[in-house]
Ligand binder design. Structure first.
Ligand code: AMP
Length: 280
């Protein structure tokens, strides 16, 4: 049975012993409802570290809608069962007061990278992410932290935050894991009604077509309009954004003259899905 810790002192004692022994500690921060995407991060952490901590905390500060927070899947027993074969050293499921004790008044906020894309549509979201992730870095004392490229803007923001705050952790990005039909795995996929689930791969299909068009020298406005028509035609309610950005730093781009990323968010069946793919 994998050990589950819920309080800081016990976690600190564990990590201190590992560090005394000269072991490299990896952390995989999650909000639970684990799927193969999360487990790929666990696998990478196991391969790169002597000790692995998986954290599970549904962070209220990164939700900008009360109903989204309420509906977010919570499956701790299933999560523990999924982690069992990986033999991680500790699952840290902090009690809420271990993260936000009474009187908590600090916010960690990254400028620039958090503007635009998800930052425009989810006010306060990234401040919630950087606040909790900085705390998890400090509480775990991890040497390496594993994040998914699935949340590409988040990966960039967290990397910047760790650098700017001199937190001695190496942030490692891992490729997006997808269903066989191309849909990026997400805990929110569990919330999709069957019809919406069937139509959802249209987003990644349209993004791939747009990426190919861009690489073939197509004009971005026309390609974006085609992609939007395909996504809405497939049954998505809204395309929140679909943008070409620099892979490093997320500056807006119109032609692919350096490594780029197409990033999108769209609503289907009342669920907000995000995705991104490399271009070039
Ligand atoms: P979450 O539980 O959604 O906060 O995600 C926890 C971590 O898992 C984040 O670093 C995500 O980017 C990563 N993740 C989520 N979905 C995927 C996926 N399909 N492939 C790879 N990593 C993922």
């Amino acid at each position: 049975m994998t050990e589950i810790l819920r309080q800081k002192p016990a976690l600190r004692a564990r990590v201190a012993a590992w560090k005394r022994a000269g072991e490299r500690v990896g952390v995989v921060p999650t909000m639970g409802a684990l799927h193969a995407g999360h487990l790929s991060l666990v696998e990478a952490a196991k391969a790169g570290c002597d000790r692995v901590i998986v954290t599970i905390f549904v962070n209220p500060k990164q939700f900008n809608s009360a109903s989204d927070l309420e509906n977010y899947p919570r499956t701790e027993d299933e999560d523990a069962a999924k982690l069992a074969p990986f033999d991680v050293d500790t699952v840290y499921v902090p009690d809420p007061e271990e993260i936000y004790p009474e009187g908590f008044a600090t916010q960690v906020s990254v400028a620039g990278l958090t503007e635009g894309l998800c930052g425009s549509h989810r006010p306060g979201h990234f401040d919630g992410v950087t606040t909790v992730v900085s705390k998890l870095f400090l509480q775990t004392g991890a040497d390496r932290a594993y994040f998914g490229e699935k949340d590409y803007q988040q990966l960039q923001v967290v990397t910047r935050m760790a650098t700017d705050l001199d937190i001695p952790v190496e942030v490692i990005g891992c490729p997006t894991v997808r269903e066989t039909d191309g849909l990026a795995l997400s805990s929110r996929n569990l919330l999709l009604p069957p019809e919406a689930r069937a139509a959802a791969p249209a987003l990644s299909i349209a993004m791939r077509a747009m990426a190919e068009g861009l690489l073939a020298g197509g004009e971005i406005g026309a390609l974006r309009a085609q992609a939007e028509a395909a996504v809405l035609g497939a049954g998505f309610e809204t395309l929140e954004y679909l943008e070409l950005r620099a892979a490093d730093g997320l500056a807006p781009m119109t032609v692919v003259d350096r490594p780029a990323r197409l990033l999108a968010a769209a609503w289907i069946g009342g669920v907000r899905l995000i995705d991104n793919i490399p271009v070039g």
